[in-house]
Ligand binder design. Structure first.
Ligand code: NAP
Length: 205
């Protein structure tokens, strides 16, 4: 398949590129900093552009079968008020509609699931600005007629552990972390099929 990856220079994105290439897909990395791509760069089509640039993105989307997005903000920006995630989602869905690409798998966060207890309440407060932006992002995506899947992972960790549990509309029990690699495998699974289309999915180790 022809897969376009957003956020391909990030921690999840690099795993997405690795997994997609290992499965034989034709991968386009739409990135603003191609120099950050690793050794895989030689096996990719690289399109330079900003995620908010609908015109550039729709041009890069010509001939693609699906989009996988692992866009994110650096921690210090994620802790401040931002509308980047929602704006990027709006640009992505507009570009997809224009280019006639229908399948979208993207990353949100488990903090949007309701939770109990003081620790969760503190965590939710600490991440309140990013959570608001992610919630707005999800609203944008859910309002489209695209075949979307939204994955909500808890804390992501760098590990070769590919274990993952999946629950529709909730976080699997006693789930505190997931590897970037396992998340990438799940998102590529979704892009390859209609699996979990129209669902918000809790994913965790
Ligand atoms: N990390 C966690 O523990 C965790 C937990 C739960 C959910 N999540 C969610 O998972 C997602 C991905 O997380 P991550 O840790 O893999 O992110 P990350 O390592 O910070 O990567 C973010 C990616 O987004 C790209 N990006 C940001 N602004 C852009 C723009 N204007 N145009 C084009 N690309 C842009 C970055 O490109 P540059 O390299 O050019 O900056 C980078 O490739 C985030 O949305 C986050 O909310 C993360």
């Amino acid at each position: 398949m022809n897969l376009l990856i957003l956020g391909a220079t990030g921690r999840t994105g690099r795993e997405l590129v690795r997994v997609a290439l290992s499965r034989g897909h034709h991968v386009t990395a739409y990135v603003r900093s191609p120099e950050k791509l690793g050794a895989e760069r030689a096996s990719l089509r690289v399109e330079r552009g900003d995620a908010l640039d609908t015109d550039r993105l729709s041009a890069a989307l010509a001939g693609q079968d699906a989009v996988v997005s692992a866009l994110g903000l650096p921690a210090k920006l994620a802790l401040r008020p931002s509308t980047f995630m929602a704006e990027a989602a709006a640009a992505t869905v507009a570009a997809m509609k224009r280019a006639g690409v229908n399948r979208l798998a993207l990353v949100s966060a488990a903090v949007l699931f309701p939770g109990k207890g003081l620790f969760y309440a503190f965590f939710r407060w600490f991440l309140r600005h990013h959570a608001r932006d992610l919630s707005a992002m999800e609203t944008v995506v859910r309002a489209t007629a695209l075949d979307w899947t939204i994955a909500r992972p808890p804390r992501l960790v760098a590990s070769a552990d590919e274990r993952i549990r999946i629950a529709s509309g909730t976080l699997p029990d006693r789930s505190y972390s997931l590897s970037f690699r396992a998340l990438a495998g799940f998102l590529i699974d979704c892009a390859e099929s209609d699996r979990h289309a129209g669902e918000i999915v809790g994913v965790a180790r």
